[in-house]
Design a protein around this ligand. Sequence first.
Ligand code: ZN
Ligand code: ZN
Ligand code: ZN
Length: 142
Amino acid sequence: MSHSSLQETLDVLQTRGFRLTKARRVILEALIQAGGHLSADDLAAQVHENNANIGRMTVYRTLELLGQLGVVRPIYQGTGAAHYVFLHEGHHHHLVCTNCHQVIEFDDCTLDTVAEMVCGRFSFQLQGHLLELYGLCTSCQA
Ligand SMILES: [Zn+2]
Ligand SMILES: [Zn+2]
Ligand SMILES: [Zn+2]
């Protein structure tokens, strides 16, 4: 999975004409290694451990670029800093338990048809989607 995330992202960068600088690669690899779900500050700290020359602003700017390219999306939960997640081929899905705050990832998705229909209606150019379903996990239903 991590390899395909990297390859997928490299392809997107290349197709859109962005150079893969060393800093961008290091940041991307750190984010992939963590599996996403990191705040910008956590990612910056992680990158800084082995690459003291890559500053926080570079991490912010790279995340912004990856966001514009539809590779990552920030998720805002509560009052904390946004967490960045990967969009695998434009998808990212969560089941979120409102009681214990457990987050379950799932891959199967049939939203594409609906998304295309809605986007067509608004002449909106679709890049991806982030889907969060809220409810109670099995332990919390008891
Ligand atoms: Zn989906
Ligand atoms: Zn729960
Ligand atoms: Zn996730």
